[in-house]
Ligand binder design. Structure first.
Ligand SMILES: CC(C)=CCC/C(C)=C/CC/C(C)=C/CC/C(C)=C/[C@@H]1[C@@H](COP(=O)(O)OP(=O)(O)O)[C@]1(C)CC/C=C(\C)CC/C=C(\C)CCC=C(C)C
Ligand SMILES: [Mn+2]
Length: 420
């Protein structure tokens, strides 16, 4: 991606007067994320395993995302409630995220009941706005094509309404990511993120700030997309500003949910569930969440060296220690047997999340499955490439060749024809 194109989509939140100048219209609405509902202890379930075992939830809840045990990863039971140093019981990231998933699923079900069928609502168009909106959506499509070509191609089978909506969501996510990853990242402060969130709230209330926001505001009138995953993605960016180490997988899981699991939750209401699917809405959302987590874990494993050069280590510190590794080993970038063993386990875990995601793709509307399969197959191949590089993710970038990318498209298409 070129620096220039990155600037074009860079959100115009006030980050530094010297760069963008002061923008009166971006209100300083430091909305505080309502996290109280996250911490409800009444709900817990197993996201990654259909058995969903529940035991006395005031003390311990069995969850089964793949965590490290002596012999590697597996379907290991982990307590979701852990005592913090003060001896208080804290709720695990998995449980917090599960609450969001349940809320999203409930929202879609409610809309299904009231609308009869989850489909596109009619446009209410003021004279002149339609062409502006079309322009806005076209621009979203261009940005998407420039940043994520294969995925963009995959959206070609979707209905025009769904396609445009996914592009608009993509652009909002990309702009949010640009805030902390783009050329102006060093100027981003928590209050700039607060302003970006205030702008999000405005957009959800039908007051978009610019053309690209207007496309998303229009999408919201057509699909039952909730604000929570969007707010949570911004929360992930806040997390990136304040921390560069993750104590354990629970912390890393929450980060992965914020920056990528949220994408799954935003996309499903647009992509739609197949009319002949018998899967529960919750299970489809769980799969969507799993794909986001799998993608982000893969992204992290691919970029270990690059992140370390920025002083960041997105790997569970306790698992590194168990493997006999320290931050210094990562900064030194030596591929040792200890590192290979550690990486094998991390890759195994990421693949478990991809496996979980696969179950849900079949349940999506047929026309929406292609881009999802394409993204799943392509991202999962990055793990194969890390193995092919003999786990040197310090100085070698695991990269899926153009030929393999092209091959993934017909493969994804063939899979999208399979019925649930
Ligand atoms: C069909 C489809 C894939 C739709 C998703 C479209 C969409 C809205 C994508 C937004 C992606 C985005 C810009 C996220 C911002 C945060 C971020 C950058 C996350 C990383 C993406 C990879 O990007 P990249 O390699 O460019 O990363 P760098 O910034 O360069 O480091 C992520 C790794 C996460 C992306 C997560 C997804 C694409 C989740 C996809 C899940 C679904 C679409 C749900 C599918 C449904 C079922 C039932 C499985
Ligand atoms: Mn990024």
């Amino acid at each position: 991606m070129s620096f220039a194109s990155s600037l074009i989509i860079s959100p115009n939140v006030e980050i530094s007067p010297s760069i963008f100048g002061f923008l009166d219209s971006v209100r300083d609405g430091s909305q505080i994320l309502d996290s109280s509902r996250f911490f409800s202890r009444n709900r817990a379930a197993n996201l990654m395993n259909k058995k969903q075992k529940r035991v006395n939830h005031s003390h311990s809840i069995e969850l089964k995302y793949p965590i490290l045990c002596q012999g590697g990863y597996g379907s290991v039971i982990a307590a979701s409630m852990v005592a913090n140093p003060a001896g208080e019981m804290a709720v695990s990231a998995e449980e917090r995220v599960y609450n969001v998933v349940m809320k999203q699923a409930a929202l879609v079900k409610r809309q299904l009941r009231t609308a009869g069928e989850l489909d596109v609502k009619p446009d209410i168009v003021l004279p002149g706005t339609l062409s502006l909106l079309n322009e806005a959506y076209d621009r979203c499509g261009e940005v998407c094509a420039e940043y994520a070509k294969t995925f963009y191609l995959g959206t070609m089978l979707m209905t025009p309404e769904r396609q445009k909506a996914i592009w608009a969501i993509y652009v909002w996510c990309r702009r949010t990511d640009e805030l902390v990853d783009g050329p102006n990242a060093s100027h981003i402060t928590p209050s700039a993120l607060d302003r970006w969130e205030a702008r999000l709230e405005d957009l959800f209330q039908g007051r978009p700030f610019d053309m690209l926001d207007a496309a998303l505001a229009d999408t919201l009138t057509k699909f039952p997309v909730d604000i929570q995953p969007f707010k949570d993605m911004i929360e992930g960016m806040r997390m990136d500003l304040r921390k560069s180490r993750y104590k354990n997988f629970d912390e890393l899981y929450l980060y992965c949910y914020y920056v990528a699991g949220t994408v799954g939750l935003m996309s499903v209401p647009v992509m739609g569930v197949a009319p002949d699917s018998h899967a529960s809405t919750e299970s489809v959302y769980n799969a969507a969440l799993a794909l986001g987590i799998a993608n982000q874990l893969t992204n992290i494993l691919r970029d270990v060296g690059e992140d370390a050069r920025r002083g960041r280590i997105y790997l569970p510190q306790d698992e590194l220690a168990q493997a006999g590794l320290s931050d210094e080993d990562i900064f030194a970038g030596r591929v040792t047997d200890k590192w290979r063993t550690f990486m094998k386990n991390q890759i195994k875990r990421a693949r478990l999340f991809f496996d979980e995601a696969e179950k849900g793709v079949l349940e999506l509307n047929k026309a929406s499955r292609w881009p999802v399969w394409a993204s799943l197959l392509l991202y999962r191949q990055i793990l194969d490439e890390i193995e092919a590089n003999d786990y040197n993710n310090f100085t070698k970038r695991a990269y899926v060749s153009k030929a393999k990318k092209l091959l993934a498209l017909p493969m994804a298409y063939a899979r999208s024809l399979l019925s649930p």
